[in-house]
Design a protein around this ligand. Sequence first.
Ligand code: FES
Length: 70
Amino acid sequence: MYVCICNAVTDQQIRIAVAAGARTIDDVGAALGVGAGCGCCRECAQEIIAGVRPRRTPAPGSLEGLAHAV
Ligand code: FES
């Protein structure tokens, strides 16, 4: 699906940019032009980035996340 109409950028292209190392909307904007026009796509693009980005891993020995393991 097209996320950024101004620059014809799809959700798949955003996912590929994140897989290649983009971490923020500014990173994706620099790579693909997302948000460089009217800006209407920024919120949607950020949701896609957040959904793709790996979650923070608890430090070894940390009790963080233990509730999910029990
Ligand atoms: S829709 Fe992305 S900048 Fe306009």
